[in-house]
Design a protein around this ligand. Structure first.
Ligand SMILES: CC(C)(COP(=O)(O)OP(=O)(O)OC[C@H]1O[C@@H](n2cnc3c(N)ncnc32)[C@H](O)[C@@H]1OP(=O)(O)O)[C@@H](O)C(=O)NCCC(=O)NCCS
Length: 200
């Protein structure tokens, strides 16, 4: 697949309640406040940006440049009819040498937890990954303490592969374990099958 021609335009995604849109540098200010919130720092295991300059740099690297270089996609989550960012999600580590697989990351403002918003967004983005990016495997790494995130990926049908000891860091820079979850294209076909409209 030629990534540049296949995704000439950033792919906006609409679901029942949400519009998943392209990030722009105008969102960097929101990102600064949001990525400094304790629950987001805790979930991702990353300290928030220390100032606005650092926030802009991070935003460029992890959000806008990801698509520009076609190493992945990160969408800004908005509620239909509102337009303000409430979270982000997407694929990264989509390497040309292993374009059949990518990792997913996601986060949501705390006031929107518990309503199924991320489940709705992830379902749509997972469909995009298998259908449009032609992935065969999606990976998610979660720290064992993040029970909410574990419930989310299990609800979506990802499978636990195992515990990776001290694979990464927590927000204080200490080595921390990760649990690896994955979904294969064949799993997705299995999970999706009952939801497809019957033909014939
Ligand atoms: C991980 C995170 C996105 C999960 O958020 P969430 O609100 O639990 O997930 P959803 O938006 O899919 O909502 C699911 C919850 O809403 C409930 N719900 C209500 N209506 C629902 C619906 N229509 N569909 C599905 N679930 C619904 C579910 O029962 C579930 O609650 P439960 O887990 O207590 O049973 C959020 O905790 C977060 O942003 N954490 C910080 C960042 C982070 O940890 N990122 C992941 C790093 S690995």
């Amino acid at each position: 697949m030629n990534r540049k021609t296949a995704f000439r335009e950033f792919p906006e995604i609409r679901t029942k309640r949400l519009i998943l849109r392209q990030p722009t540098m105008k969102d960097a200010e929101w990102y600064f406040g949001y990525f400094s919130r304790p629950e987001i720092v805790w979930g991702g295991g990353q300290p928030g940006p220390k100032d606005m300059k650092a926030a802009r740099e991070e935003f460029r690297e992890y959000l806008t440049d990801l698509y520009r270089t076609r190493r992945g996609f990160r969408w800004i989550i908005t509620l239909k009819g509102e337009g303000k960012p409430i979270g982000t999600l997407g694929f990264y580590k989509w390497a040309p040498s292993a374009s059949f697989q990518a990792e997913m990351g996601y986060d949501l403002m705390k006031e929107h937890w518990g309503k199924g918003i991320m489940t709705e967004a992830m379902n749509a983005v997972i469909d995009f990954g298998f259908e449009k990016m032609k992935l065969n495997r999606i990976e998610v790494y979660i720290m064992p303490r993040n029970k909410r995130s574990i419930r989310l990926v299990k609800r979506l049908g990802l499978k636990r592969e195992g515990l990776l000891r001290q694979r990464y860091f927590d927000e204080f820079g200490n080595f921390a374990d990760d649990i690896l979850f994955s979904m294969l294209k064949s799993d997705w076909e299995e999970v999706r099958r009952p939801r497809r409209p019957k033909t014939g």
